[in-house]
Design a binder for this molecule. Structure first.
Ligand code: 5AD
Ligand code: SF4
Length: 458
């Protein structure tokens, strides 16, 4: 019986239901997808997934260290469960904090038994064997680049939209960013392997795929076919059954006109580009080691705006990077006016271990970062209110992703990546989840749209 092999740490486990694990995920889509691989692997090993850490024998946190706040979250979680640790629970820290802090985590949280970074998840089965044998210090921290991208055990969270990793790691060295240290150097997956996964997903009913990487634009097929990202994007959009292809995230330096051309040529590729700018000041961009100027960024924006299709544009901005003056910040505000983003993610600069910016002088006080963040967000909110109002009266195709039972509304997502909540004559009846529906926009807010099924409107 399975339970006999398990050793003391799992001695209380019900032999019928097997071993129970709980997994909480922080951070980006790469982490969300990694968690799907971890869950798939654990299920294949006979574990059950449970909803609370209390009900679990194995408690895992897949962590993010992009900003200090994200990193602190996991230590708070671990602190909360310190006392429960004596009661046969095994704790594991996975992901970016694991990679960054390594074995130091065992000192800071002695009840943790497993510390593993994302490049080591293919070794998870053998790490589980060690844990089950009672080993209290199991690590997977090598950033060896020979890991496989194949994910036979992936348990996807969403039945309609699937992530596909196309490139791991990052070779840039942005002065603020911890990712090259937590996810290692760039490794592209072969186009054959990506295409095979896309076909498999389409065959099993997925209609939307999202190509993932820290910098998808620097994708380079390692096989003789030698596809670049634009080619890979175009080909995945031709897979029968795939109705939407998205990709994230882009680095402006490697973003080519060929990508816009591929998007223009095939409406299966969603008309949304997320192009993180970080700052509107060329002086700040140089200090951040972003490898492009404001003018070069604007040139890429022009390609996107001059496309035949109407592309949505979103970005990431950091305020309060060391040395950022009021004039630099003003340039970022002007960039918002100039580009008219559909949405943006804004962050206060957070010093990270190992990064070049850590040693930079001229730190910006936290209150000043907060002030700049508020001004930025206020400006962007006004832009979004105006842009979303312009969509009223139009018809948008949505993929139905959820339902607000209390409001009697379906939750849809447009190709431009806007949330569009809508009513439908069948609202009480058959499920529309996973369907593509034309919706007429009737109302708008800063962050979403509302409407009714276009079939319902004469
Ligand atoms: N401080 C604040 N924001 C950061 N980001 C990355 N590193 C930091 C940091 N040290 C932001 C960038 C990036 C997004 C994912 O997170 O804007 O594009
Ligand atoms: Fe967080 Fe970056 Fe790691 Fe994603 S890659 S989990 S954003 S630190």
């Amino acid at each position: 019986m399975a339970v006999e092999r398990l050793g003391v740490r799992f001695a209380r486990i019900d032999p019928v239901t097997g071993k129970a694990f709980y997994l909480e995920t922080f951070g980006c889509q790469m982490n969300a997808h990694d968690s799907e691989k971890v869950v798939g692997t654990l299920l294949a090993k006979g574990y059950n997934q449970v909803e609370t850490p209390e009900a679990a024998d194995l408690v895992l946190y897949n962590t993010c260290s992009i900003r200090d706040k994200a990193e602190q979250k996991v230590f708070n979680r671990l602190q909360n469960f310190k006392r429960a640790a004596g009661k046969n629970k095994v704790f594991g820290v996975l992901g970016c904090v694991a990679q960054q802090e390594g074995e130091k985590i065992f000192d800071r949280a002695p009840h943790v038994s497993l510390v593993a970074g994302s490049a080591s998840y293919t070794r998870l089965p053998e790490m589980l064997v060690q844990l089950e044998a009672g080993n209290r210090r199991v690590t997977g921290l090598s950033l060896d680049t020979d890991e496989t991208f194949d994910t036979p055990f992936t348990r996807r969270d969403n039945p309609h939209r699937a992530y596909i990793t196309i490139i791991e790691g990052c070779d840039k060295s942005c002065a603020y960013c911890v990712v090259p240290f937590t996810r290692g150097p760039e490794r592209s997956r072969t186009s054959e392997s990506v295409m095979a996964e896309a076909r498999r997903l389409a065959e099993s009913g997925y209609s939307e795929i999202q190509l993932l990487g820290q910098n998808v634009n620097s994708y380079r097929d390692p096989s003789p076919a030698g596809w670049d990202f634009a080619t890979l994007l175009a080909r995945t959009a031709e897979v029968p059954g795939i109705r939407r292809v998205r990709y994230t995230t882009s680095h402006p330096r490697d973003f080519t006109k060929a990508i816009v051309d591929a998007m223009d040529a095939n409406p299966v590729i969603c008309n949304h580009v997320h192009l993180p700018v970080q700052s509107g000041s060329s002086r700040m961009l140089a200090a951040m080691q972003r490898l492009y100027t404001r003018d070069q960024y604007i040139e890429r924006i022009a390609w996107i705006k001059n496309a035949r299709r109407n592309m949505a544009l979103t970005t990431d901005i950091i305020v309060g990077f060391p040395g950022e003056t009021e004039a630099d910040f003003e340039e970022t505000l002007q960039l918002l006016d100039e580009v008219q983003y559909d949405s943006l993610f804004s962050f206060k600069y957070s010093p990270r271990p190992n990064t070049a910016a850590l040693g930079m002088d001229d730190k910006i006080p936290d209150e000043e970062k907060t002030r700049r963040l508020m001004i930025l967000n206020e400006k962007q909110r006004a832009i979004q209110i105006r842009r979303n109002t312009e969509l009223i009266g139009g018809v948008e195709e949505v993929l139905v992703e959820g339902r607000h039972e209390a409001l009697g509304q379906w939750i849809g997502r447009t190709s431009q990546n806007r949330t569009l909540n809508f009513t439908h004559p069948d609202a009480g009846g058959a499920s529309l989840l996973g369907q593509y529906i034309d919706v007429r926009v009737t109302r708008s807010g800063p962050n979403s749209l509302a409407g009714e099924s276009a079939a319902n409107v004469v």
